[in-house]
Design a protein around this ligand. Structure first.
Ligand SMILES: *Cc1c(COP(=O)(O)O)cnc(C)c1O
Length: 362
């Protein structure tokens, strides 16, 4: 492989300072984009090449590009934060780099070397540093993705790929801050099956989950929660977040990574923090019937969902076709709040970071 890096070509017409400030007041999630993007290409002949940071703008794509037909696509999601001393930092970006490689393997795509993933992220964040919102809860959400760009309608792993990183200024994921979400348990649709792509971060998983999410919304719930495809019994995860259960005896449980669940970096970080505290944590299956009975008896006192975008989100109401129950008080529980506070304190550089998760950008 040739030595590659990201050549910087500044955007000749960046967004004006006043306009940028206006967009950063209340950026929400996923709508405000920065002036630049990172791109790099891969071909069988050249390997990874042509890395650049350039103006973010629409690119041309041939209508016969493989990704548009067979969904050979993977992505990642991570955040850059502004610390109190003004420096910018990433949270466990090498974990995202490694997961991107695992996703690529599953989708028969070339693996981006960890160092290229990290340097693309760092170069883009440095270039668009002014787009990181200063307010509490603000961050720069980074969205690396890889698409099959070969122009060919035959079904096979493509021989050409395009890697892109977008940066998007983000406020709080949920409008109005953290509040408990309501969940619809899907007994009709599955997100992933053994041997499928559930543990790869690929767009296709999301495409398959949308109809279930749509049903949840139609019924008046915020999010869908999926059960295992084989028995329709074991709780797996939400459409884009992992799930935790807090028991009255202090135990905390999350479903195990058996191939159908996305191995969240937030999930992994929370498990580590809880173990550091000496709490009993279990990666063990949990049945929907047990959740319902335990919430009703008070054996389960809290439940929460977690992921990079929404961090830690309490779960209030839960319902399925012929049942409905409330977890705990239906609002943010004490353990949930403590985990959210501990995690965000580390991400913001306001608490000791014993595992070296925060990576400052020079
Ligand atoms: C990205 C993702 C998560 C959360 O992973 P994090 O690394 O914590 O952001 C959970 N479930 C699905 C399906 C995901 O795509």
């Amino acid at each position: 492989m040739r030595a590659v890096s990201f050549a910087i070509e500044p955007n000749p017409s960046p967004v004006a300072v006043e306009e940028r400030s206006a967009r950063l007041v209340d950026p929400g999630f996923g709508r405000v984009f920065t002036d630049h993007m990172a791109t790099m290409r891969w071909s069988e002949a050249q390997g990874w090449h042509d890395g650049r940071i350039s103006a973010r703008q629409p690119f041309q794509i041939d209508p016969a590009s493989a990704v548009l037909h067979y969904a050979q696509e993977i992505f990642e999601g991570l955040k850059a934060y502004r610390l109190d001393d003004g420096a910018l930092a990433l949270f466990r970006p090498e974990a995202n780099a490694r997961r991107f490689q695992r996703s690529a393997r599953r989708m028969a795509m070339p693996e981006l070397p960890e160092e290229l993933f990290l340097s693309s992220i760092r170069a883009l964040v440095r270039t668009d540093a002014d787009w990181v919102p200063a307010q509490d809860g603000g961050s720069l959400y980074l969205r690396p993705f890889l698409i099959a760009s070969e122009v060919f309608l035959g079904v096979k792993p493509a021989s050409e790929y395009l890697y892109v990183v977008l940066a998007s200024s983000a406020g709080s994921y949920w409008k109005g801050g953290t509040r408990a979400v309501s969940l619809w348990v899907s007994h009709d649709y599955s997100r992933a099956a053994i041997g499928g792509t559930g543990e790869a971060k690929c767009g296709g998983n999301y495409a398959a989950s949308l109809v279930a999410q749509q049903e949840a919304i139609r019924r008046g719930y915020d999010q869908v929660v999926f059960l295992d495809a084989a028995e329709r019994r074991w709780i797996e995860e939400l459409g884009g977040m992992n799930i935790f259960f807090v028991f009255a005896d202090g135990t905390i449980r999350t479903p195990p990574l058996t191939g159908t669940i996305l191995p969240g970096i937030t999930r992994d970080s929370i498990l580590q923090l809880l173990r550091d505290e000496g709490l009993r944590v279990e990666e063990a299956p949990y049945a929907i019937d047990d959740w319902r009975a335990d919430a009703q008896s008070g054996r389960v006192t809290e439940s929460f969902a977690c992921g990079t975008a929404a961090v830690v989100t309490p779960i209030g109401q839960v319902a399925g076709p012929d049942y409905a129950f409330t977890v705990g008080s239906g609002a943010t529980g004490q353990v949930t709040q403590r985990i959210l506070d501990r995690l965000t304190a580390i991400q913001r550089g306001r608490a000791p970071d014993p595992h070296g998760w925060l990576q400052r950008i020079a």
